[in-house]
Write a protein that binds this ligand. Structure first.
Ligand SMILES: [Zn+2]
Length: 424
């Protein structure tokens, strides 16, 4: 191994090999070969003599955050319309905002600012919705690639039950999606994902076509599931042949036939939970969004007990922040409110939500989100630099960072071994 391909960071290293607890390696050396984690050492072996070591002293070194569900095109509508519930919020705010992305000049401005904020907040991998517009979706991929982020990007598909200015012709929608896939399928860090907005804005013909594309490109899929009671009722009316909301996706090969993310998953029948589990669909908890639109509380403990995978998402713009530390805090807080009403459901722990925001969500990208051997080196260096840092344990310092500090405490960011600069 050439010395220039080796990166060594020294500091207090914390990660979650599983959700039950933290692995802490104080004053240790994290050795990275060609962007991949090789080993963590207390004493650096002689073979590394002469390699460049970045000594972070007492700083915390943690995996970068993984945001499994957010809408890049809704970045400018954060904090707007949040007295509404889902369907009114879509009609009165979101669709009007997304229509602006027909203008690539506007898209460039929003997507640059969005990407900068992702980096600033310490998100190293994200799964994104763009809009129906192919050109601005390409632009988002270009910007993410240039900045070095890891992402799945969805060109959104909608061909019914939406305003004329966002309604796609079904066959054109499928052709645009295929072109988008042809362009981005073989790139390394930014890849395409099949993205029907949700069942109500999709005809069966569109969903069938997307299911075929998912098979053809062995492509992952993302959408929304059972977020709001009005939405669930509407899906039952629109798809009377399907016994349950999730069966609409399942029927068309968009529910675990290839790796699949489903955001929200609040109102699930037992049959739906069993199908999610057997199809290995990954559910995404978006606490801010669920609170803001008064959608409900995802039954996270029940899903974990059923061995369902759960990740975390910021879901901007229904969520008002891209901060994954705040998503972790809100997930714990919601689970505690839920516990007050149902003592069968224990609150989530810090290590459980940290796992969701790192290794748990990172699985969607491969070996991402941990510091075990063979994982991609995606990392944040956290400077807390207070008296407490001298007195508190590493896990207490991490907890304090997650709850009470913010993005300004991140002093370095790495994605796949490359240092990424925030411009702020
Ligand atoms: Zn969403």
């Amino acid at each position: 191994m050439k010395k220039e391909n080796i990166l060594i960071l020294k500091g207090t290293i914390i990660f979650t090999p599983d959700s039950a607890g933290f692995e802490v390696r104080q004053d240790s050396y994290l050795v990275v070969h060609n962007g991949i984690i090789s080993e963590i050492y207390k004493q650096l072996p002689a073979e590394y003599a002469g390699c460049r070591i970045i000594d972070h002293g007492n700083r915390l070194i943690i995996p970068g955050f993984v945001d499994l569900h957010t809408h890049a095109a809704q970045f400018n509508q954060r904090g707007l319309g949040l007295d509404l519930e889902l369907l009114d919020w879509l009609n009165e705010y979101t669709f009007k905002e997304e229509a602006k992305f027909t203008d690539t000049g506007y898209a460039a401005q929003v997507y640059e600012a969005f990407t900068e904020e992702l980096i600033r907040q310490g998100t190293t991998r994200a799964v994104l919705f763009a809009t129906i517009h192919k050109d601005s979706s390409n632009l988002l991929c270009d910007i993410l690639s240039r900045r070095g982020l890891g992402a799945y990007v969805g060109k959104v598909n909608m061909d019914v039950n939406c305003p004329d200015f966002l309604r796609e012709d079904t066959q054109q929608s499928l052709r645009d999606t295929e072109e988008f896939f042809e362009r981005w399928s073989s790139t390394s860090l930014v890849n395409p994902i099949i993205t029907p907005r949700f069942a109500p804005t999709s005809t069966g013909e569109l969903l069938a076509g997307l299911g075929k594309l998912a098979v053809k490109y062995n492509a992952p899929v993302q959408s929304h599931l059972s977020e709001n009671p009005g939405e669930v009722k509407w899906v039952a009316e629109l798809f009377p042949d399907q016994s349950d909301y999730h069966q609409v996706y399942n029927h068309y090969g968009l529910f675990g036939q290839t790796p699949t993310l489903m955001a929200h998953c609040i109102y699930l029948t037992q049959e739906a939970i069993e199908c999610i589990k057997s199809n290995q669909v990954v559910t995404v908890h978006c606490p801010d969004s669920n609170i803001n639109l008064a959608s409900g509380i995802m039954p996270v403990r029940k899903l974990l007990n059923a061995a369902v995978q759960v990740g975390l998402g910021s879901d901007v713009g229904a969520g008002h922040s891209l901060s994954m530390t705040q998503a972790m805090v809100k997930a714990i807080q919601l689970s505690k409110i839920n516990y007050v009403f149902d003592h069968q459901c224990d609150p989530l722990t810090l290590s459980e939500v940290f796992y969701m925001a790192t290794k748990g969500g990172g699985k969607f990208f491969g070996r991402v989100g941990s510091f075990e051997k063979g994982y991609s080196f995606d990392a944040l260096v956290i400077e807390d630099n207070t008296e407490m840092a001298q007195k508190a344990s590493p896990v207490e310092r991490l907890q304090r960072y997650i709850y009470a500090l913010d993005a300004s405490n991140i002093v370095a960011r790495y994605i796949a071994g490359q240092e990424i600069q925030s411009r702020i």
